[in-house]
Design a protein around this ligand. Sequence first.
Ligand SMILES: [Zn+2]
Length: 676
Amino acid sequence: MPAPRRSLLILGSVLTLALITLLSGPRRQPSANAPDALGGLLAIDDYSLGEILEGAGPAIERFPPGALPAAPQVAAQEPLPAPVEGSPVDFRHYPSPEEIRDFLQDLAAAHPDLVTVQTIGHSWQGRPIDAVRLTNARAPQPIADRPVILIDAQHHARELVSAQVALYNVWRLVDGYGKDPVATRILDTRVVHVIPSVNVDGNALVLADNQNNRKTLSPACCDDDGDGKVDEDPPLSYGYGTDSLSRYTFDQAWADAHPQDPFVDDWRGHVIGQPQALGRFTGALGGERRAIARVDADGDGRIQEDPLGGVDPNRNYDWFWEGGDARIGSDAFRGPAAWSEPEVRTLRDYVAELGTIAASVSYHSGTDLLLHPWAYSESDPLPDEGIYELLGAKGSQLTAVHGFPGTVRTWTARGLYVAMGSSMDYIYAKMGALAFAPETFGDSGITRIERLGATGTYTVGQATGFSFNPRPEGILPVADRWDRWARYLMAASPNIALNALRRDGDALLIAIGSEGVMPIRLRVTLTAADGRRLELAPEGDRVVHAEQLRWRVPLTALGAQGNRLEAEAILASGTRPHRVELARWSFDLDPAGPRLTVGGIEPFTDLSAHFGGWWAGPEWNDPRYRCSKEPCQPQILVTPPPLPTVAAEPTEAPALSPTASPTGAPELVLPLLRAP
Ligand SMILES: [Zn+2]
């Protein structure tokens, strides 16, 4: 049977519950207390692979429909925008790598001015890794000069919903262009690069056969049986939608007090003995239930002794890589060397070309946290702690929708765990971009709880996939709450616009706005055709946040033709200050005033009103929004810098008196020119 045989070859990997223990929320997590609940199968190991794959295996438990309570679902109060049902990606199902590809290519074909799809590398198994670039190619500023926001997702195979969030970011921007002022402004002025599924092999494997796989499909493991062949007897099928079934017995008083759901509060203290494993079966997503056995794929009489290998791609970056987990079977295996994984090298090489990268978001799932650097250290100095706190606080506020609490923001090593060689640390440390890793969703994975009569014993169904991913009907609310924050971050990225250029008596008035709230240093250079140069900067070379600056320059400093104005935004990053934007204009000086020959004048665009202001209110400074572990590590409380109010600047000179300063901000008068 060709199909099952092929399935076998790519099946499964080492089942590790330790990570679930780490990632699941504190509310309830029976798996954490069931060290071998999934290993000690009863009764079903005797069936052949054929019987099992054909669905002829035994039904080990019978649940009449509706007999058991479903796990609680968080749903949006109102219908959320989504592509038509049946689209390859519709946010109502978890798509395959091919469906994601089709979706992106359809989007590019329908919006050629906004969307470019490119294959930027290949996985271990040769699958294409795609990146989508979103920006309005018809806007005059060269694309390479625009600020960049990078989004990636699904480093970890089983974190399916992370790819959905990234794809939702893509779809909402493109669908909103021309209708939604935020999407329109972002695509006109920034470049958003999205790699929705880094671990494409893992995506395919999780959907087909093994919902628990986390790592790449690198053939790096294991020849436990010493026959010279690796990866030949993987655990059979934790296919997506697969449950494990086990029995937990609680003391009678606890069971009577919590008849519907005993997995609350300090439930572990009330469990009697060890949970009893009943077996595994499919059907968590509906469909016919059938048991799943472990199978001796290599026919050596032993089961699952030669498991799939794989490397944790989010431990494979060259940032304290050497401190990572060197055990080849570990779910967090760092790999044989930094950059050993083609998926990771693909991202590294692509990001290295981006240049003007201001912010980076790498989506994960398994819990609900907004992570920022450092992951590798709890104590090394974090140069941009203040801005991480401010942007993160807004994330806590914006994710409090659809019944979800606002997501806790935290320094990764303090609030989650120490992780070496992560993409987030690498991009922040080496590229200087402000980098975040949102953990977008986490649950216990419990699909069903059934109390046996009035006893203290409960049958518990669990699906690993549901620890990391909402049920399909829950994709949209999760994607939407993170889209709110991602769009904020895009709008917060620096963007320079020329708000005014006009004659003011015997001077030229220049007003330049930096629209995003991320901190930049602004360098403005005015060059006359004969080479005379004037460098303009805010007083004291201070850091600029979402404001407008003005200068007055004597007309005598300029030529009649071919004057050039250039503005450069340098992200004030504590790790690597770097250019995030270059804006250029040219103008002639006619008797009536300056006339632009390159570039245009735009009103200052303040997108903050769409997010309820740039900074979150003081109620979001509560410690519970800043750390997930008790006791909290000390964190600084940040007072946001005041933002200058910027009045709309007309694009035509006559609307204002020549000397008026609508912002009340002091104008810099620059009487002297340097020699060329
Ligand atoms: Zn992850």
